[in-house]
Write a protein that binds this ligand. Structure first.
Ligand SMILES: [Zn+2]
Length: 279
């Protein structure tokens, strides 16, 4: 499943192909994915120039110029792939691929969205309605923005009954920290994931916020290297695996202290941690 680092990798890969180009055509092979696709509204993108490709949580936001400054919202769901074909203009667009659901044509570029499981989404907003779009309103803090720091974690954890790991994974508070990154961040910050979130001291919050950012940035950097030639997501790509310190390393020696890494299961999700150096 694409997580924040993968989506950010797609964003940085797509940006130079889309920004400054004008949409010449949109094609839809179906009228819904996870939710109905607002096809009539999206067709108004024809003739508009893409002005920016940004990201909010795991949504790619394609911004366009002109009246109302529309925005296309793209979510990759479980298995979505936002790929860009670099085309010679004289060659007609290739055949639809299996599980390809929509296309965006720009001069010399063809964006192809494929999604076998169809949990992805394609939506529409304008610059004025984007902030209140229902997909975005309940989203928590972006972890890579300056507002996310130890003070933020300390503040939001005070009245919580949940564990540190659950706090990190609560998308209403903080977006983008999935199961792998939560275990890795706790290890890096030397805190036990199952400890009560409200027991975190301010210094631990500082360490944990830095750890979250470091883990996500490493994953983005690794993704960027693997995907440098195209904008897309390879399902199951193991590009970050070599950098994992505890995730799926149960039974192996901790890289920091040598004690055996443990695995515990909470609500069906595995947590990996070291009893030797995480307190
Ligand atoms: Zn250890």
């Amino acid at each position: 499943m694409p997580e924040l680092p993968e989506v950010e990798t797609v964003r940085t890969g797509a940006e130079p192909h889309l920004v400054g180009r004008r949409v010449t055509e949109l094609e839809f092979a179906r009228d819904d994915l996870r939710w109905p696709i607002p096809i009539d509204e999206l067709r108004t993108l024809r003739g508009r120039t893409c002005t920016a490709v940004t990201r909010r949580s795991k949504y790619l936001l394609l911004h366009f110029g002109g009246r109302d400054r529309p925005v296309a919202l793209v979510h990759l769901g479980m298995s979505g792939r936002f790929a860009i074909d670099v085309q010679n203009r004289r060659v007609p667009p290739p055949e639809w691929r299996k599980h390809e659901h929509w296309r965006l044509h720009l001069p010399g570029r063809l964006v192809r969205y494929t999604d076998p499981r169809r949990f992805g989404a394609l939506g529409y907003a304008t610059a004025a309605t984007l902030a209140t779009h229902p997909w975005l309103t309940a989203l928590g803090q972006e972890p890579l923005e300056p507002e996310f720091d130890g003070a933020f974690l300390h503040r939001v954890s005070r009245r919580k009954k949940c564990s540190i790991k659950s706090l990190l994974m609560d998308g209403r508070l903080l977006v983008g920290v999935g199961n792998i990154y939560a275990s890795e961040s706790c290890w890096l910050a030397s805190v036990r994931p199952r400890r009560a979130a409200k027991s975190l001291k301010i210094k631990e919050c500082d360490a944990l916020a830095s750890a979250v950012q470091q883990v996500l940035r490493s994953a983005i950097a690794a993704g960027g290297t693997s995907f440098r030639d195209f904008a897309g997501v390879d399902e199951g790509a193991g590009y970050f695996a070599r950098e994992l310190n505890v995730y799926e390393r149960d039974g192996e020696a901790c890289r920091r202290c040598g004690v055996t890494v443990r695995r515990t299961v909470e609500v069906g999700r595995s947590t990996y941690w070291c009893a030797g150096c995480q307190v």
